[in-house]
Design a protein around this ligand. Structure first.
Ligand code: ADP
Ligand code: MG
Length: 230
């Protein structure tokens, strides 16, 4: 099954008097369980593409299906429900709440789900802290953790809602090479064991090498013939 399906998607931004054509006629299908990198230089449209997959933004034209659902015509409330239940986000700058501990950061997205009582939330916090190897750091706040540890908390937070898709926008850009490699390896292990789809963007060739499938984007266009499944 395709968890992501783009049909003739365009995205334009208005900047003063001019139009920026950030995405031009994107056609893309991503299968459930893929470990896929979107590779391209700065300004090529990677974040725009991820934001559209994540229903953070809407296309100027074209159709986007997420987990089989047509997102066009959905209300902002319906889109945020789809986002909350289907998608987890990992950011370049980690985006953790600095006043919350690791376990509180992981718990935060769970608070919106009424069906998850305290015991169920606790179970998930413990389970995902363990998966990312940070059980001993549950009470630490972000400023008491290294960059790699912060990104591990962010991965646990993204996983905690048990989403179908995890989107990671340049997840290793603020980490040294060795730490970044560890983060990618962890994401790959989780992909293999949980079958969660991972879609990450990068302009680092070493990061691209870890992906099972590479999609190149340049100047808002996917480059023909460069999409190869392994
Ligand atoms: P990347 O993530 O690959 O660096 P982006 O998706 O951020 O690329 O940007 C693609 C293009 O769209 C760039 O030319 C960028 O300047 C432009 N862009 C992105 N966001 C906005 C915005 N909110 N308003 C205007 N232009 C934007
Ligand atoms: Mg970007």
């Amino acid at each position: 099954m395709n968890v992501v399906h783009f049909e003739n998607v365009f995205k334009e931004y208005t900047l003063g008097d001019s139009q920026v054509h950030a995405l031009k006629n994107i056609n893309l299908k991503i299968e459930d369980g893929e470990f896929l990198a979107i590779a391209g230089p700065s300004g090529s449209g990677k974040s725009t593409l991820l934001n559209l997959i994540g229903c953070i933004d809407t296309p100027s034209s074209g159709k986007i299906y997420i987990n089989g659902q047509d997102t066009s015509g959905q209300t902002p409330d319906q889109l945020s429900e789809l986002r909350a239940r289907t998608i987890g986000f990992i950011f370049q700058t980690f985006n953790l709440f600095s006043v919350l501990s690791a376990e509180e950061n992981i718990e935060y997205p769970l608070l919106q789900f009424k069906e998850l009582d305290t015991a169920k939330r606790c179970e998930r916090i413990v389970r995902f802290l363990d998966i990312v190897g940070l059980k001993a750091f549950a009470r630490h706040r972000p400023n008491q953790l290294s960059g790699g540890q912060r990104q591990r908390v962010a991965i646990a937070r993204a996983l905690a809602t048990e989403p179908k898709i995890i989107l990671a926008d340049e997840p290793t850009a603020n980490l040294d090479h060795k730490t970044g490699e560890g983060i990618l390896q962890l994401m790959k292990e989780i992909n293999r064991s949980s079958h969660t789809t991972f879609i990450f963007s990068t302009h680092d060739t070493r990061v691209m090498a870890v992906a099972d499938r590479l999609v190149h984007i340049e100047d808002g266009q996917l480059i023909e013939g460069s999409i190869a499944s392994v």
